[in-house]
Design a binder for this molecule. Structure first.
Ligand SMILES: [Zn+2]
Length: 219
């Protein structure tokens, strides 16, 4: 294993998840991340054991419909094919938000898994403080994606909706349509194109969200 930041394996898998660490960026009103060693070999304990405390929508994670839909499905009810299989990485040039006009030429179709690589990925955002003006999916684009009946949408910041705008509306449009949402991806090392995706969120009962590991491999 290389100790470099590049996490591409010999088999071609690219790790597009961000590392979790104490004090890392999170949504402003969400709980902080604390990872502390409670038992420590260095202190005479037989093993190293940590406690992990964080919000369910921090780092690379998934949203279940239950996040914004009363009585909606939890992550434990997610079909595995939502996040295992072919996925398309689409590069977004708009510096503000994903808009329907930029999506239409891509011919997004029913059942697709689409991941949006925006300017967020180049910022190594997981090492920075919270960015209010990150690139998000506009509510118009969210409704367009619902109309196209996509299966899964992935984004490269902590939320699919904006902080200043379209936070609630975008989530509702996607989650009410039963679309599974991956947030907090790092697509810096990924070019637009077709990939094989594996993204598995923790199986939290009635989970509104949960951390996930996400990897891509070029098809
Ligand atoms: Zn979300």
């Amino acid at each position: 294993m290389l100790a470099s930041e590049s996490s591409k394996t010999r088999a071609g898998w690219i790790d597009v998840s961000v590392p979790l660490r104490s004090g890392m960026v999170h949504w402003p009103d969400n709980p902080p991340v604390r990872i502390e060693r409670m038992l420590d070999i260095e202190h005479g304990d037989a093993a190293n054991v940590s406690t992990i405390s964080m919000g369910s929508h921090t780092g690379t994670h998934m949203d279940a419909p239950l996040h914004f839909v009363r009585g909606g499905k939890g992550l434990d009810e997610m079909p595995l094919e939502a996040t295992i299989g072919r996925a398309r990485v689409i590069e977004i040039h708009d510096p503000q938000s994903v808009k329907p006009d930029e999506l239409r030429p891509h011919g997004i179709h029913s059942g697709e898994r689409v991941l949006f690589k925006t300017q967020n990925s180049a910022r190594r955002w997981h090492k920075e403080a919270f960015i209010e003006a990150f690139v998000y999916v506009s509510q118009e684009a969210a409704r367009y994606l619902a109309t196209q009946e996509v299966l899964t949408v992935g984004v490269d910041y902590l939320s699919v909706g904006g902080f200043l705008k379209d936070g609630v509306e975008t989530h509702q449009a996607l989650l009410e349509a039963g679309i599974w949402v991956i947030e907090g991806l790092d697509l810096a090392e990924v070019k637009p194109g077709e990939y094989e995706l594996i993204c598995l969120p923790l199986k939290v009962e009635r989970g509104d969200g949960a951390p996930a590991r996400a990897i891509l491999r070029v098809i």
